[in-house]
Write a protein that binds this ligand. Structure first.
Ligand SMILES: *[C@@H]1O[C@H](CO)[C@@H](O)[C@H](O)[C@H]1NC(C)=O
Ligand SMILES: *[C@@H]1O[C@H](CO)[C@@H](O)[C@H](O)[C@H]1NC(C)=O
Ligand SMILES: *[C@@H]1O[C@H](CO)[C@@H](O)[C@H](O)[C@H]1NC(C)=O
Ligand SMILES: *[C@@H]1O[C@H](CO)[C@@H](O)[C@H](O)[C@H]1NC(C)=O
Ligand SMILES: *[C@@H]1O[C@H](CO)[C@@H](O)[C@H](O)[C@H]1NC(C)=O
Ligand SMILES: *[C@@H]1O[C@H](CO)[C@@H](O)[C@H](O)[C@H]1NC(C)=O
Ligand SMILES: *[C@@H]1O[C@H](CO)[C@@H](O)[C@H](O)[C@H]1NC(C)=O
Ligand SMILES: *[C@@H]1O[C@H](CO)[C@@H](O)[C@H](O)[C@H]1NC(C)=O
Ligand SMILES: *[C@@H]1O[C@H](CO)[C@@H](O)[C@H](O)[C@H]1NC(C)=O
Length: 406
C-alpha cells in the first residue's frame, strides 16, 4: 500500500511540531545522566532545570541536542570522553560556575560542531590550544577562567567565522594579533595581561560595535585611523598605559554611546568634537594628563548620563561657562587658561578652602549634598534635646530641693 505524500507530510509535521513521537537519542540521554541532569521526564520537553537548560532538534526517530548549558555544577561532576563523544550534535555548549577539571581530551566531532562555546567561572584553567580546536565558532566567551597560552593568535588562528570574542579576567598574556577576523562585532579582552600597542590593522573591522581592552598593560598611541571603526558604539581603553592625544578621526564614528579612556596617560587638550557626537551618553576621561580649558558647556554635560574628568592636574574649567556646582573634580581656570591654585592640600585659612568641595572626587554630588542636609537638622535636634533635658533636670532638682527644705 502506498501512503499519499500529503498524509506523510502531515504525519511528519505533527510528530516534529509536537515532539510527542520522538524522544532524545538514548546515547545522549545517558550522557545527560552522567552529567547529573534529571532525565525521568523527556529532557527535550522539560528543558530547564535549576542547573541546566537545553534545546533539541526535531529529527526522528530520535531527537538530538543542539544546545546545552550547565550552571552551578556540583564539584564532583566530571566530563567523560564517552559522554562528550555522544554529544557531537551540539552547536552551543555553555558552562557557568562549573568547577570541572579541564577535559583531558575533547572529541574532535564535538569541537568541530560547536558554533558557540562559553566557560564562565568554570574549569580550573583552559589552554589556548584547547580553545583553538573550536574552529567553527561564531561566539567564544571565556571569563574568570585562567587561559594559559603564548598568545591570542594561537586561539584565533583557525577561527574564521568568529563574530563575538570575549576572553576577560583570564590572565591572558601576549599581544593583540595583527590579523583579526573581519566579521567581528564584539571584542572584550578586558582585565588580562595583554601588552603592546593596538595594531593599526584592528581599525579595518568595519562591523565592530563593542571594544573593551580595559585593565591590561597596553601602551602607545591610539592609531590615527581609529575613526575607521564606523560601527563602534561602546569603547573602553580604561586602565592601560596609553598615551598621546585622542585622534580627531574618532569624531567620524557616528554612533558612539560609551567612551571610557580613564586611567591612562592621554595628553593634549580634551577634544571638542565629543560635543558633536549626538549619541554619546557616557564619557569618562578621568585620571589622564589632559591640559588646557575643558571645551564643554553645561548643556552638553547635562545631556550625558555619566561624565568624569577629574584627576587631570593641568585641566581646568572656565567658570564663566561652567558652575562649580557641577563638581567636575578639576580646578577653575585663570584668565590664561591655566588651573587656578591646585586643590588646597595642607594649608588652611585660605579663601579657596571653602571651594574644597569642588575638588573632591565624590561621584554623586546630589547624594553628598543630601548628606550635608542631614547633618544640619541632626545637630539642631541634638542641641534641643540637650537643652530640654537640662531644663527638666533643673525643674526636678528644684522640686526635690523645695520638698527637702520644706
Ligand atoms: C547559582 O548559585 C548562585 C549562588 O548560590 C545563585 O545566586 C544563582 O542564582 C545560581 N544560578 C543558577 C542558574 O541556578
Ligand atoms: C567545521 O569546520 C570543519 C573544518 O574546518 C569542516 O570540515 C566542517 O564541515 C565544519 N562543521 C560544521 C558543522 O560546520
Ligand atoms: C602554561 O603554564 C605553565 C605553568 O603555569 C607554563 O610552564 C607554560 O609555559 C604555560 N604554557 C604556555 C603555552 O604559556
Ligand atoms: C562576513 O559576513 C558577511 C555578511 O555579514 C558574509 O557575507 C561573509 O561571508 C562573512 N565573511 C566571512 C569570512 O565569514
Ligand atoms: C569593560 O570591562 C571592564 C572589566 O571587565 C568592565 O568593568 C567595564 O564595564 C567594561 N566596559 C564596557 C564599556 O563595557
Ligand atoms: C603627549 O604624549 C606623547 C607620547 O607620550 C609625547 O610624545 C608628547 O610629547 C606629549 N605631549 C605633551 C604636550 O605632553
Ligand atoms: C554600551 O554603553 C551603554 C551606555 O553606557 C550601555 O547602556 C550599554 O549596555 C552598553 N552596551 C554593551 C553591549 O555593553
Ligand atoms: C553648548 O555647546 C554646544 C556644542 O558646542 C552648542 O551647540 C550649544 O549651543 C551650547 N549651549 C549653550 C547653552 O551655550
Ligand atoms: C571663558 O569664557 C568667557 C566667555 O565665553 C571668555 O570670554 C573667556 O575668554 C574664557 N576664558 C578662558 C580662559 O578660556
Amino acid at each position: 500500500m502506498k501512503v499519499p505524500p500529503l498524509l506523510l507530510f502531515i504525519f511528519f509535521f505533527l510528530s516534529t511540531a509536537t515532539g510527542s513521537n520522538t524522544t532524545l537519542d538514548p546515547k545522549q540521554l545517558r550522557a545527560l545522566q552522567s552529567l547529573d541532569i534529571p532525565t525521568s521526564k523527556d529532557p527535550c520537553t522539560h528543558t530547564n532545570t535549576s542547573t541546566s537548560s537545553l534545546l533539541c532538534d526535531s529529527s526522528s526517530p530520535f531527537r538530538h541536542l543542539l544546545s546545552l548549558s550547565l550552571s552551578n555544577c556540583s564539584s564532583d561532576l566530571s566530563l567523560s570522553f564517552t559522554a562528550l563523544k555522544s554529544l557531537a550534535s551540539l552547536q552551543s555548549l555553555h558552562f557557568l560556575s562549573c568547577p570541572l577539571l579541564p577535559p583531558p581530551r575533547f572529541p574532535s566531532d564535538l569541537s568541530l560542531s560547536l558554533l558557540s562555546f562559553s566557560a564562565v567561572r568554570s574549569f580550573r584553567h583552559l589552554s589556548g590550544v584547547f580553545l583553538s580546536r573550536f574552529v567553527n565558532l561564531t561566539d567564544l566567551t571565556v571569563s574568570y577562567v585562567p587561559v594559559n597560552t603564548s598568545g591570542l593568535f594561537v586561539i584565533l588562528g583557525n577561527m574564521h567565522k568568529l563574530t563575538s570574542l570575549t576572553i576577560s579576567h583570564a590572565s591572558l598574556s601576549g599581544f593583540i594579533p595583527k590579523h583579526l577576523h573581519l566579521n567581528l562585532t564584539h571584542i572584550d579582552l578586558s582585565d588580562n595581561k595583554l601588552r603592546g600597542r593596538i595594531p593599526t590593522s584592528l581599525t579595518v573591522l568595519d562591523d565592530l560595535q563593542f571594544l573593551n581592552l580595559s585593565h591590561n598593560a597596553l601602551s602607545g598611541e591610539i592609531p590615527s585611523q581609529f575613526g575607521d571603526l564606523i560601527s563602534l558604539t561602546n569603547l573602553s581603553l580604561a586602565s592601560n598605559s596609553f598615551s598621546g592625544s585622542v585622534p580627531d578621526s574618532i569624531s567620524a564614528i557616528p554612533g558612539l554611546v560609551h567612551v571610557d579612556l580613564s586611567g591612562n596617560q592621554f595628553n593634549g587638550t580634551v577634544p571638542k568634537f565629543f560635543t558633536e557626537v549626538r549619541s554619546l551618553k557616557h564619557l569618562n576621561l578621568e585620571n589622564n594628563e589632559f591640559h588646557g580649558v575643558l571645551p564643554f558647556n553645561a548643556s552638553f554635560i547635562r545631556r550625558l548620563a555619566v561624565f568624569k574628568v577629574g584627576g587631570n592636574g593641568n585641566l581646568c574649567y572656565n567658570h564663566s561657562v561652567l558652575s562649580s556646582k557641577l563638581k567636575l573634580g578639576i580646578a577653575p581656570c585663570d584668565k590664561h587658561g591655566f588651573p587656578l591654585s591646585p586643590p588646597p592640600a595642607k594649608e588652611s585659612g585660605d579663601d579657596s578652602e571653602s571651594d574644597a568641595s569642588d575638588y573632591d572626587d565624590s561621584e554623586d554630588d546630589s547624594s553628598s549634598r543630601k548628606e550635608e542636609h542631614h547633618h544640619g537638622p541632626n545637630k539642631v535636634v541634638l542641641g534641643v534635646a540637650i537643652g530640654l533635658s537640662s531644663i527638666v533636670f533643673l525643674i526636678v532638682f528644684l522640686v526635690l530641693l523645695s520638698k527637702w527644705c520644706g
